[in-house]
Design a binder for this molecule. Structure first.
Ligand code: GSH
Length: 211
């Protein structure tokens, strides 16, 4: 992975001129992290362009005026879930059957119904509501893994397993580590991905961020 460390304009210029696959996003995990993890998992050398703000030149290539985008030469793709799906399909990590793929997409989409309220929770009342949401989602995923081994119910890992690992770890990282206790299947999934050398390298080298 290559991370430009200069100022915002230089980071944007590197991203716009990059010959490597490039993810452009802000300086946090957020909606880019599943795709960053996917590229790391497949050992793809990519430019991890973390910008502070969107300038006019960058905005011109954004299909919806928002980040993340994934760029591969002239090809520019927006929408975090579409990017993750594209990478999963490209690197054959999407599942085999139509139904397995559909369940994988369902799960990856569902992650944001958990993560967005966590990020937005500001009052104590919000935070209490979020705790029960966490329990509801983690219990659901734990039971699915217990029953099917692989979260998309096929015979092997898919990008949905990697995404669930991301979500489980992110919940804890966002300040709810107590609420992630007691889910042994999710914990083993985390151990599984975090001991894969390419993921381990990515995690060790990614910038330290607040969220
Ligand atoms: N549905 C989009 C949402 C993207 C989105 O909300 N991006 C935010 C950051 S998480 C953004 O670019 N905000 C800056 C802006 O709107 O100017 C996706 O999943 O990629």
């Amino acid at each position: 992975m290559s991370t430009p460390t200069t100022n915002n304009n230089n980071i944007i210029a590197s991203a716009l001129n990059s010959t490597l696959p490039t993810i452009v996003y802000f300086r946090n995990r957020g909606k880019a992290e599943i795709s960053r993890l996917l590229l790391a998992y497949f050992n793809v050398e990519f430019l991890d362009a973390r910008v502070e703000t969107i300038d006019d030149e960058l905005r011109q290539i954004l299909p919806y005026s928002q980040l993340p985008i994934y760029k591969e030469g002239e090809f520019v793709l927006a929408q975090s879930s579409a990017i993750a799906r594209y990478l999963a399909e490209k690197y054959d990590f999407i599942g085999k059957t139509l139904q397995e793929k559909a369940i994988a997409h369902e799960i990856v989409d569902a992650i944001w119904d958990l993560v967005v309220p966590i990020v937005r929770a500001s009052t104590d009342a919000d935070k209490e509501k979020v705790k029960s949401l966490i329990q509801q989602f983690l219990t659901n995923w734990e039971k699915r893994i217990e029953k099917y081994t692989y979260i998309a119910q096929g015979d092997g890992y898919t990008y949905a397993d990697l995404a669930i690992y991301f979500a489980y770890d992110y919940v804890s990282f966002l300040g709810y580590s107590n609420e992630t206790q007691g889910y042994p299947k999710l914990e083993s999934l985390k151990q599984h991905f975090e001991t894969i050398p390419s993921i381990k390298r990515y995690i060790e080298s990614r910038p330290v961020t607040k969220f």
